[in-house]
Design a binder for this molecule. Sequence first.
Ligand SMILES: [Zn+2]
Length: 332
Amino acid sequence: MAAFFDPENPASRPAYRSKHRTQGFAVRDTRARRISRRWGEVLVPKVGWVRFRWTRQLPGKLGICRVTCDRAGRWHVSFPSPQPAMEREPAGRSAGIDRGVRTALVTSAGQHYRAPRISGRRAARYLALQRKLARQRKGSKDRERTRRQTAMIAARATDRRKDWAEKISTRLVRENDLIVLEQLNIAGMARRPASKPDPGQPGTFLPNRARAKAGLSRSILASCWGLLGRRLQEKAAASGVQIIFVHPRFTSQQCHACGHIQPENRESQAVFLCLACGHGDHADRNAALNILARGLLLLATGELVPAHAPGHGALRRHQPAQAAAGTTLEAA
Ligand SMILES: [Zn+2]
């Protein structure tokens, strides 16, 4: 309720807990130990020692851990710790990043990063399962099985996407001292992400399969961007790298060489050709260079946009706006 009444916080009204979402509980005074190279154990009250797959180093001091069961029925245990600082040398480089249309990301250095997409076959199966689900009786065992199958496809897609976002954000933070991103209204651009399909929602059952499929891949791209923005902020704040958000207006229509703005500058989706000076470039790279230039200008004039400005979408809705670290001059 405190977050809801805070005008700075975009959290919505507190809601009842849904049985359809990820379930879990917290364990206090965590005790965990490693039993082999692959396995560890955590002491869960009233259950005893529960084995888990050892995937990474545990934080030095164990406090609360959280045990969850996601929608696909997979159990996880997580041991929270602050984001560790990255081992990096000052790179002496800055990057502007454009959210391209086809490739997910284009940097001002001309690197293209493509977000993992759901394959055509999997998307078709996902949509077919959703139609099947719509016909099944609520509360039936068969329906639960179908639901779990859709959740599994979505969960695997989410896993790949998270992996990608972690790798790309690490690489970008390691290679750059300053990263400039566009301030985007992600919630307004995309539908709900594929990891949270809502069978009761209209739109997922559109009779036209091509439209639904396009929506699926679009929302995957959009959710990649939000996740990546958030992880970039967290890693940058921990590693002394600065992140700046700039207004995205006209970044794709402006010529980076002469500053001329005209919608016709864009010869095609991929090629930029300036009508005033004849400057030609890859369209997304031209936009990334504009974003970088705007960020450097903001840095020079000191008029930075706060990272928690409403509508950025890189922040989760129900979280307090504390991720703003690393976006101010003091944090650099
Ligand atoms: Zn020009």
